[in-house]
Design a protein around this ligand. Sequence first.
Ligand code: PA5
Length: 445
Amino acid sequence: MSIRFDLTYTDIDACEFENRFDQLAKANQELMNKTGIGNDFLGWVDYPVKYDKEEFGRIKKAAQKIQNSCEALVVIGIGGSYLGSKAVISALTSPFFNEEPRAKRKAPKIYFAGQNISGKYLENLLALLKDQDVCVNVISKSGTTTEPAIAFRFFKRFLEEKYGKDGARERIFVTTDKAKGALKFMATEEGYETFVIADDIGGRYSVFTAVGLLPIATAGIDIEALMAGGKSAYEDYNEPKFEKNPCFQYALYRNELYNRGKKIEILVDYDPSLEYLAEWWKQLFGESDGKDGKGLFPASVHFSTDLHSMGQMIQDGPKNHFETVIVIDDDQSDIKVFRDEKNLEGLNYLTGWEIDAINEKAYMGTLLAHVDGDVPNGIIHLKKLDAFHIGKLIYFFEKACGLNGYLMGVNPFDQPGVEAYKKNMFALLHKPGYEALTAELEERL
Ligand code: PA5
């Protein structure tokens, strides 16, 4: 099994779920038949089987072109327009990807921009790339998001000054709506190569579209295998038998713990390469669940690092949380502890132990300690960390998130709450059209 969900270390007995099977089956049907709430955003459900093969081919060609002509690719986007690709690239490449020699990396360095409004970040990135050959993939579904629009203004000028308008055009790749938005308008006007985000796929569900695929392919990752993982998940997680469907099990487990009063779900990993997968997961569940005063607060910790910071709170703090642990069953490396003649730090008892095996003991020890501290632990076992399995895991979470929204009675595919800050920011920046709000907010500050 590529993904297995283990309920052993929760205080839930799987039999307790039986009275909720009908509800789960209904949610699954509404999702798969695209008849549930928010069904105008269910394009992601069958995307791994129905994706546009012509565009997929163009993505692979564009990735090759970027690989051949650039030392660095700057991916400009925010939220769902960058977290998925960052998550997959971080999970499947070396932790020191950008620092590795090109011959080993076999791909350009990948940088991200437009995911914040930090002048310091932007200035330093532009300075770093000054003497390098750069390509840009600007991604915005709406085509109007402020953060990436600001970053792109700088990188467009950067490329035009370096290569001229025609040269820059060869190095700019746009991923946006097929017809609307300022970015689409600009791409048409300037003649940039463009990839489309389908109308019925929201940002946080867009990893399998050009949004995720172009940066991922440019990093040298096998996107055919990633899609195959998504397709396999689409098929496997439609399995009606609860005991055979880990996605159903995960969706019900987190919903059940929520109903029992838990307020926070903490996603736990034991490898820094999963740090951004957790960031993507937080966005997925945070934007999907958090509505009408409902929802589990999605948090993440990276062990063993955070055992030395957050471990205390998880073990002994208020019991309002549970942990979902991602365990990768295959070893990532076979590096072993070696014997030291003097043994001054007393570590010789570990001679011959693989570092990964020590990490596994840290996981097992922590699991038992946290369970003893009354923190339920659900375990997601991922067989391997490769493109196929990451594709499968991404779809696993997307589907569980959709199911969970339906179980909670919220629309998991919109994000109306995100608009509030935007309106205030525009008003405070004196954007035309916001005059009344500007006056009201300035009065309050
Ligand atoms: O999941 C979402 O819809 C959001 O996080 C968006 O991805 C994010 O706000 C960026 O939007 P856009 O791609 O329109 O620039």
